[in-house]
Design a protein around this ligand. Structure first.
Ligand SMILES: [Zn+2]
Ligand SMILES: [Zn+2]
Length: 170
């Protein structure tokens, strides 16, 4: 999938959000945690990920473009909170009480475990196949191999050959 070009103003707004949250945290925790690296390389349906040892936040550029305000208000603090919790408390449950406290009491953002974004545009395209027991979704690559007669695929549950189309329970 092609990475979209992100407007400079958007990147600046994301950076402001990150710095604002970090400043809040450093004040309230009386620390001087360094600014994490921010990169726009997250793929798939995840909005963002926090890389603890690397002290790095990866954001999904496609979802960022489509959900700009939500990223600035929630996703950036959410991922930053993971880094801060790790530095402050060590390894704890990812969305446990320490993270919730960091979000709500320190950063002042409602703690939601996941983001509900429309992910249609980042979901990779698949083709519907059926066996005798269920629906299957083949990747474009696998589908093309079937079309060219290079491969056949069998269902691991029922052992029958996958055929193009939707499964209709009988
Ligand atoms: Zn999280
Ligand atoms: Zn089957």
């Amino acid at each position: 999938m092609k990475t979209p070009r992100l407007p400079i103003a958007l990147q600046q707004a994301v950076m402001r959000s990150l710095r604002h949250s970090l400043e809040l945290a450093n004040q309230k925790l009386a620390r001087s945690y360094p600014e994490p690296k921010l990169i726009y390389q997250q793929r798939g349906t995840a909005a963002g990920t926090a890389w603890l040892e690397k002290w790095e936040i990866r954001l999904n550029p496609v979802l960022l473009l489509e959900n700009q305000q939500a990223f600035i208000d929630e996703v950036v603090p959410h991922e930053l909170a993971h880094l801060l919790v790790w530095k402050h408390f060590g390894r704890v449950a990812p969305h446990g009480k320490e993270w919730k406290w960091m979000m709500e009491s320190v950063l002042g953002v409602p703690a939601q475990r996941t983001h509900r974004f429309e992910v249609e545009s980042v979901r990779s395209r698949t083709f519907n196949y059926r066996c005798q027991c269920q629906q299957h979704h083949l990747t474009v690559r696998r589908h093309n191999r079937v079309v060219r007669g290079e491969s056949e695929y069998r269902c691991v549950s029922c052992g029958s050959l996958l055929k193009p189309g939707d499964y209709l329970p009988s």
